[in-house]
Structures are given as C-alpha cells and as structure tokens.
Design a protein around this ligand. Structure first.
Ligand code: ZN
Ligand code: ZN
Length: 351
C-alpha cells in the first residue's frame, strides 16, 4: 500500500471519531435513562411508562435525523456545468487567464449562473473542472463541489448542503428537544439523589450525570440551532453569512432572500406535514435559485423567454418555479414574490 493511500485511509478513519463520540454519549444516555432511571429508580408504572413513551418519541426523531444527516451524500453539479469537449480543450490549451475567462463566460451564458467571484469572474473549480452553480462551493475534506454548501460538519463527518440541510436543522432541533425531555423528567430524581432523599445506589451516578450532560449539550446545541434558524429565515448559508454572494450588481448578502415564508419553504418544503420529519421535501434542484436582483443581458433574457414561449413584453411566469431561468428574467420590476417583498428584476446589459 502506498504511503499516501495509507495516510488518506488513516485520515478517513480519524474523521469518524467525533461521530463515534456522539454515538457513545447517546448510547450511554439511552442506557442511563431507560435502565437506571426508568427501571431501577422510578417507583410506579404509570410514570415509568409515560416517561418511556415520551423519551422514545424524541429519541427516535433525534437518531433518525442524525442518521439522515450523516448518510445523505452531498450532491455535486450535474454534467451540464462541465465544459463541452471543444471548449474544454481550448480552455486547457489556453494559458492566458483572460481568454480562459472568455471561454467560461461563453459557456456560463447558457447556464442559470448569476454569481461571480469577488473580481467578477465566472466561478470555476479547477479541481472538479466544473463551472460552479450559484451557492455551490468546493469542499476540501470531501474533495468535491457541493451544491448549496453550508459547511463541512465534523460531528456528522459529512458536508452539510443542499441534500441534507433540512435534516441537519432537524437534527439540531431534536437534539435540543431530546435534552429538554431528559432534563425535565430527570430533575426531580436528580434533586432526590442530590439531597439524599433517595439512597446511594449505582443509579445515582447515572442519573446525576445524565442531568449534567443533557443540560450541557442543550446549551451548546441551542446556540447553533438558533444561528441556523436565523440563517433559514434569511435564506443564507453559513458560507454566505461570512462572505456575501457576488452578483452582477455587486455583493448582496440578501441576494437569495425571498421573504421569511418563502425562505423557510426552500429548506423545509411547502407542505407543512413534512416539515417535522427528516424526509426530502426541500424545494428546487440545488443548481439554480430564485434571486432578488438579477442583471441580465436582454438578448439572453429574450432567448430564454422565447424558449419558454414568452416574450419580455408579456412574460408573467410563476416566480416560485425552481430550476427554470424564466423566473430570473420576466415580470420586470413588479412585486412577484410571496411575502410581499419587492422583487425588482432589472434587465440591462451585463458588462
Ligand atoms: Zn470542486
Ligand atoms: Zn465536505
């Protein structure tokens, strides 16, 4: 085995340590609650059964969303974002960065790509050899471009992005609720052991620690959950919160924000019945996103509109349809986004 390959395998194995740690803590909390608290400490059956039912509901939801966050593969850009063969050959042969940019611009014209680098260039990943869709970033840990990348999370050993962001937010929510359920039901026995109303048994150690650990985890998870709920409301990823996406008209941290209701629907879906379950219900395809302000070449806009059987004069499409260029170009300067936010779409020459 080559040393570099062995090193990579070692690194991959080490990446699972935080996940293993979480699993061990959760496994112990399950044992401490079910066996030490419910079986050995709680004196009557009605209380024991009601605690067990409540505990298992939140335990199941927590593990389910955690599992889905870990095992949802990050999505990479589709083949449409790779350079066509002729352009790729030209791009690889070309040494001047300006000419390479011209090639990228020509290809990007036919793609729903509206964000640029800080310097105004088309965002291109040399590693994956792909034009980066809006909100897509290259993850150096996963060694791939990840759609709507939020961050690489060591606690789930996975990239959090378009494919699993809903699961990640639910994981944080249920982790917090799991801790709340434990703290709220354990506290009376915690106090009884603490004040020595109950005798010293092996359950004492587990019950005392269970309360401390749950309270500690609750505080740390709550701040992260609060931050991500704020991001959902603003339709921002963690990366975008630190570095605003750059559009043709400059950086705009609210570039993807469409009003609270619509922003939440992008992550959780538009059917409330699926919101609380870690099942796929998010909107869009991860490649294109409705933007608040888009400057676009009128010729390109006309072409796209004609493809869709509309013209700039009469175009009034549904702004909520994702993965469709038309939403970015038509309905010039009219309020068209749910939530009452002004969606001013300017049509002018892109320099
Ligand atoms: Zn990449
Ligand atoms: Zn990653």
């Amino acid at each position: 085995m080559a040393p570099s390959h062995a090193l990579r395998c070692c690194k991959r194995a080490l990446n699972w340590i935080p996940v293993l740690f979480i699993n061990l803590v959760v496994g112990w909390s399950y044992y401490a609650y079910v066996v030490e608290l419910c079986v050995y400490t709680i004196p009557n059956n009605p209380e024991r059964i009601s605690y067990l039912v409540l505990f298992h509901i939140f335990f199941t939801m927590f593990i389910w969303s955690y599992w889905k966050t870990i095992w949802s593969k990050p999505e990479s850009p589709s083949k449409a974002f790779c350079l066509p063969r002729a352009e790729k050959e030209l791009f690889e042969r070309e040494e001047r960065a300006e000419t390479q940019q011209e090639i990228l611009k020509k290809v990007a014209k036919n793609l729903p790509v509206y964000t640029r680098t800080a310097g105004g260039a088309v965002r291109y990943c040399d590693h994956c050899q792909v034009i980066k869709p809006d909100r897509c970033h290259h993850c150096s840990t996963c060694e791939m471009c990840v759609l709507k990348m939020d961050h690489h999370c060591p606690w789930v050993n996975n990239c959090v992005g378009f494919s699993n962001y809903k699961y990640f937010v639910l994981f944080l929510t249920y982790a917090a609720l799991y801790c709340v359920v434990i703290c709220a039901t354990v506290i009376q026995y915690f106090l009884k052991f603490w004040t020595k109303v109950l005798p010293d048994t092996h359950a004492k150690f587990h019950v005392l620690f269970l309360f401390f650990v749950a309270a500690l985890f609750f505080v740390s998870v709550l701040s992260l959950l609060g931050y991500h709920l704020w991001l959902v409301g603003k339709n921002r990823t963690t990366i975008e919160a630190f570095r605003a996406p750059v559009f043709a008209n400059g950086p705009d941290k609210n570039g993807f924000s469409l009003g609270f209701k619509r922003n939440a629907a992008e992550v959780f879906g538009d059917q409330g019945k699926y919101w609380m379950f870690p099942v796929s219900s998010n909107l869009g395809d991860g490649h294109s996103f409705v933007t608040r302000l888009v400057h676009i070449d009128p010729e390109r806009a006309n072409g796209i509109l004609q493809q869709n059987g509309k013209s700039l004069a009469d175009g009034k499409p549904d702004p909520c349809v994702h993965g469709n260029n038309i939403q970015h170009t038509a309905d010039d300067s009219k309020e068209n986004i749910e939530g009452g936010q002004k969606d001013s779409v300017k049509v002018e020459n892109e320099q």
